[in-house]
Ligand binder design. Structure first.
Ligand SMILES: *[C@@H]1O[C@H](CO)[C@@H](O)[C@H](O)[C@H]1NC(C)=O
Ligand SMILES: *[C@@H]1O[C@H](CO)[C@@H](O)[C@H](O)[C@H]1NC(C)=O
Length: 232
């Protein structure tokens, strides 16, 4: 191998190690539609993923945004979830920030809009925290298709204006716990059960709900069937 070829191989290996990617693996028994929302950069949106299938969402460098899952969808009409930021029906959300520091990604699972499918966020570097949440029973305010309404809502009608309208929709000042946050933070300690569940503004419990990983090859697995419990 020439010196140049050797160098090129090293550069290629480094490029692979630093590639930013977001793959969604659908382990659910039904197809889902992935609705994405972006603060920075670009990503594929309105992506249908069949049961057992997976999709590369083709994020741009340093994408920053969220992935909402829709179930029972026909176009943008879904049984749960949907294309709006504060959906009227429950949905699980995965949030990512590849933008703040190039080469790193911060991620979390947010249940503040409710829950419709289980999620796991993992990195190619297994030493990074892999967060997983599966809710199989005990939901305080059940919704369609085995979903569960937002921890901020004490009833279905309390969520009719959205899970987090101005004022928090039942979550204290759009920051602190809502009436059903304890169910969520007791069931899935590594997922947001209220907006400041990370301990911001002194709210408790301050759980281990967001993580920054130095490996940006990320997999979002839907219906992983597992729940993590990694302490802060
Ligand atoms: C991502 O890009 C690849 C290559 O262009 C394409 O085959 C794939 O369909 C894209 N993914 C989605 C979800 O559209
Ligand atoms: C999806 O919606 C379209 C337009 O309303 C309708 O014609 C079609 O039958 C629907 N498909 C399914 C599978 O429900």
């Amino acid at each position: 191998m020439s010196k140049f070829a050797a160098l090129a191989a090293i550069v290629a290996a480094a490029a692979v190690a630093n590639a930013q990617s977001l793959n969604v693996v659908n382990k659910c028994s039904e197809g889902v539609t992935i609705f994405t929302q972006t603060s920075y950069g670009t990503i594929d949106n309105n992506v249908n993923i069949g049961a057992g299938a997976s999709a590369d969402l083709n994020i741009s460098n340093n994408w920053d945004g969220a992935v909402n899952v829709g179930t029972g969808c026909n176009g943008s009409q879904c049984t749960t979830g949907g294309p709006t930021w504060d959906g009227q029906t429950p949905f699980s959300r995965a949030e990512f920030n590849f933008w703040a520091v190039p080469g790193e990604v911060t991620y979390d699972i947010s249940l503040i809009y409710g829950y419709n499918v289980g999620m796991e966020i993992s990195s190619a570097d297994a030493s990074c925290d892999a967060y997983a949440c599966t809710i199989s029973s005990g939901c305080p305010v059940p919704g369609p298709d085995n979903s569960c309404y937002s921890p901020c809502c004490s009833s279905v009608s309390a969520c009719s204006g959205g899970a987090l309208p101005a004022g928090g929709g039942g979550c204290v000042s759009n920051a602190g716990p809502g009436p059903n946050s304890p169910f969520y933070y007791n069931t899935c300690t590594n997922a947001y059960a209220f907006p400041d569940n990370d301990g911001a503004a002194g709210y408790t419990p301050a759980d281990n709900v967001d993580y920054t990983c130095g490996n940006t090859a990320i997999t979002l697995t839907l219906c992983p069937g597992t729940t993590s419990n990694i302490p802060k």
